[in-house]
Design a protein around this ligand. Structure first.
Ligand code: BG6
Length: 472
């Protein structure tokens, strides 16, 4: 069972931001509740907002109470007593020196603490924060402290900016100290995509191009941008969800099964094998949409062309998957939360009425589960069929931690297997960059869809051109 006895200081940049409130504080609470935190630890929120410790603590309390069905107030109060706030400007070295001082005060008397900087900040302030982390001696090489720098996705907004960020990181940290985090890789159900293959040779034998017709991966969300216009309007769904989460899920499905040591390079190889269907123009390969009313959202530019929906067709060069189309789609303000992989097998021999292709659904969120769509003969002298559905709820059983909690413990334990390597980040951008450029052109259509629907009608027509429809 993963827990840590190592004393640590976690510095959260972007402490009043959406990610911290939605994911990080609730995850820390679960770690506290499950007794996974050491006796000595400190969480220091750093951001531009002017507030003192007590206001910060009540912000954290509200964030935790909002989503948890039941909160243990003793555990919560104890956790809050470890939380502090440091107000500062990202471009002011003196504020970072003050922050370094706060860390030292807290760590006084601790044995071999780990210090972690968690960067959940917009790309526009990244560079300046990195520079000041070293100049302000929050990270001081000479002291030889045990440091981790955790960087939330997306790393930059294209290959060039990602490379710049990597260069800047390397001026302050060594590669071993840098942890690129995609929280989908901390989800048990997502990790299970790989382990299901590992543990079930029958599945692995079925996963090959002679048997599979196509794969669909859907990350649909009913929620909109939830006040994150500052980040989202400059990024859009395609960069927000495809460059990281959707490509990672695709690589877990197509990567070679390897031992733990080669995990990241094997994932990277699988990513490198993904490519755009060569005979098609980009207009046929990718499609984008925006929900009606998006540009009335607070903070969104009038006539914004940010996509809130996108669909993409990819192929893989791996021998097993060669020729199998992967249809990836994601959108905001859709009818329901659905995170699903659907693997559709080749058409059956038509022996009678009502026979459909077999399908395996791996549902990663929402009502998580696994479904195998088979069919069975109806009574009678004619061969007619009815659907036969085998399902299991696949609910996480065992030591189930929220993704950010699990990844934090793994970072402290220096387990890097589920963090992205530099090269994985670069490979993903190499694939995404030309598509993003295409989507940004004014001549590329942006289809409107109604909030609460299943997305633009054009996305249905787009996939129908290949003779299929989105799985329901
Ligand atoms: C984040 C995106 O990475 O993932 C958000 O920035 C998105 O826009 C979120 O809503 C979805 O994550 P989850 O865990 O709620 O599926």
């Amino acid at each position: 069972m993963l827990h840590t006895n190592t004393p640590f200081t976690l510095i959260l940049f972007g402490a009043s931001g959406h990610l911290a409130r939605m994911k990080i504080y609730p995850a820390l609470y679960v770690l506290a509740l499950k007794k996974r935190l050491p006796e000595n630890f400190t969480i220091i929120g750093f951001s531009r907002t002017d507030m003192h410790d007590e206001v910060f603590r009540s912000l954290v309390r509200v964030a935790i109470e909002k989503d948890m069905p039941e909160v243990n107030t003793i555990v919560l109060d104890q956790l809050l007593s470890h939380m502090h706030y440091c107000q500062g400007q990202y471009d002011n070295q003196k504020d970072f020196e003050k922050l370094a001082g706060r860390c030292e005060e807290q760590e006084d008397g601790w044995k071999n603490p780990v210090r972690l900087a968690y960067l959940s900040i917009p790309p526009s302030v990244f560079s300046v924060v990195l520079g000041n982390l070293c100049k302000g001696r929050v990270h001081d090489h000479k002291k030889g402290e045990d440091f981790r720098c955790i960087v939330e996705k997306p790393v930059g907004n294209d290959l060039q900016s990602a490379n710049t960020i990597i260069d800047e990181l390397m001026q302050c940290f060594s590669e071993e100290e840098i942890y690129f985090l995609d929280h989908y890789l901390g989800k048990e159900a997502v990790r299970n995509v790989y382990y299901l293959r590992y543990a079930n040779p029958i599945l692995e034998r079925l996963f090959k191009n002679t048997l599979i017709h196509h794969v669909e991966i859907t990350l649909a969300e009913p929620k909109g941008i939830e006040g994150r216009a500052g980040y989202f309007d400059a990024v859009g769904t395609f960069l927000d969800m495809f460059q990281s989460h959707l490509l990672m899920i695709s690589s877990l499905l197509t990567m070679r099964l390897e031992g733990d040591d080669d995990f990241s390079s094997s994932r990277q190889n699988a990513l490198e094998q993904l490519y755009l269907p060569p005979a098609l123009s980009l207009d046929d390969v990718v499609l984008q949409g925006q929900y009606s009313g998006y540009d009335d959202e607070k903070g969104v530019y009038k006539n914004s062309r940010a996509n809130t929906y996108a669909a993409l067709k990819l192929l893989s060069r791996t021998s097993r998957w060669q020729g199998v189309p992967f249809y990836l789609r994601s959108g905001k303000c859709l009818e329901k939360k659905e995170t699903r992989i659907s693997i559709q097998f080749q058409e059956p021999h038509t022996v009678g009425e009502g026979s459909h292709p077999n399908r395996l659904d791996i549902i990663l969120q929402g009502e998580a589960g696994m479904r195998i769509h088979l069919q069975t003969k109806l009574g009678g002298s004619e061969p007619r069929f009815r659907p036969l559905l085998l399902e299991d709820p696949l609910v996480c059983v065992g030591d189930c931690l929220p993704e950010h909690g699990l990844l934090l413990l793994e970072a402290i334990a220096r387990k890097k297997q589920w963090f992205l390597s530099f090269e994985e980040v670069r490979v993903a951008w190499r694939l995404i960059d030309p598509i993003q450029k295409h989507l940004q052109q004014k001549s590329t259509p942006l289809y409107l869809y109604t909030a609460g629907s299943s997305g633009p009608a054009e996305a249905d027509a787009w996939i129908a051109r290949d003779g299929i429809h989105w799985c329901t």
